[in-house]
Design a protein around this ligand. Sequence first.
Ligand SMILES: [Zn+2]
Length: 101
Amino acid sequence: MIRGGWRGSTRLQTLPRNWRAIRQQVLARAGYQCQHVRYDTGKRCTSRANQCDHIGERNNHALDNLQALCEYHHLRKSSSQGGRANARNHVADPVKHAGLL
Ligand SMILES: [Zn+2]
């Protein structure tokens, strides 16, 4: 579990407190279907959406900047966007903070 008190530039920390509600709204708006449009067929992905993705600015949580994606398409997008950031997150070392408690 994530503990409070550590600071860094992880994606989770940029999410608003009502993120769950926003996410739920985005998924419902999409009918719980992935909004990714396949380049080859021009048709929408038929997988069930369970991820909420930022289309543009990651700090813009407006509904029109959010889309529902299936896990596959969200992972594909995330890996091209923030592969390095994920690697950096693993550096967070709880032992370092033990002395502060
Ligand atoms: Zn999809």
